[in-house]
Design a binder for this molecule. Structure first.
Ligand SMILES: N[C@@H](CCC(=O)N[C@@H](CS)C(=O)NCC(=O)O)C(=O)O
Length: 214
């Protein structure tokens, strides 16, 4: 059976689980313990040379990088989440890249420095937090407008572009990022968070962190 190596606090890993759930593929979820350095063992490094999660093991075929993984799974299972029409597919790829490179990297800066750095502990980079908010103020309105043109990021059906963005924005409340000025994103997110592919993974991102703190 497909194995997904991941961790509950990693949006990259949750993205892979959302996609696998939405595609309808069965998998075993293997949680990696960072404190025990399970991601740096010789065995793990055979799957991911940099020792990162997520990684999948599909009967001996290893794939890393969340976006490559979700595309592989969708293609393997002929999923409508990643249609074959090449222009539609390119549009999906375009929004996956735009959201990962711009929105995702801004989210990472804020989340890491506001939430994880103090817990590790490592020094908090205030400049990175400022940059993160600045980038979000530039890119979220663009995403908001795109979603407002139809009901999903690309067209009216859920695609991998939505799954990617949903995972990226999942820690917004935890990272104290206010999405309320972006009404289309708020509506789109509320709708997708009720879908089984999301609720099968968790009720909301912040609860995982709260459970860990308790
Ligand atoms: N671009 C990668 C990011 C993967 C990543 O950075 N994973 C983090 C957890 S969120 C990790 O494994 N960090 C451990 C390390 O770098 O040693 C993806 O999309 O899968």
């Amino acid at each position: 059976m497909l194995k997904i190596y991941g961790g509950d606090l990693s949006s990259f890993c949750n993205k892979v689980r959302f996609a696998a759930n939405a595609i309808g593929v069965e998998y075993e979820y293997v949680k990696i313990n960072f404190k025990a350095k399970e991601h740096k063992t010789d065995e793990f490094l055979k799957m991911h040379p940099a020792g990162k999660i997520p990684v999948i093991d599909d009967n001996g075929f290893f794939v890393f990088e969340s976006n490559a993984i979700i595309k592989y799974l969708a293609d393997k299972h002929n999923s409508e989440l990643y249609p074959k029409d090449f222009q539609l597919r390119t549009e999906i790829d375009q929004w996956i890249d735009f959201c990962s490179f711009h929105v995702g990297s801004a989210m990472d800066k804020i989340l890491f420095n506001k939430v994880f750095a103090p817990r590790i502990p490592v020094p908090v980079d205030e400049r990175a937090i400022e940059d993160g908010y600045l980038f979000l103020s530039r890119y979220l309105p663009i995403v908001n407008e795109k979603i407002g043109q139809e009901t999903r990021l690309v067209g009216q059906e859920t695609t991998l572009a939505d799954i990617n963005l949903l995972a990226i924005l999942d820690p917004c409340e935890t990272a104290e990022i206010d999405l309320s000025p972006h009404e289309n994103i708020v509506r789109w997110r509320k709708d997708l968070k009720q879908k089984e592919f999301y609720t099968k993974c968790h009720r909301e991102y912040g609860l995982v962190l709260k459970r860990m703190k308790a």
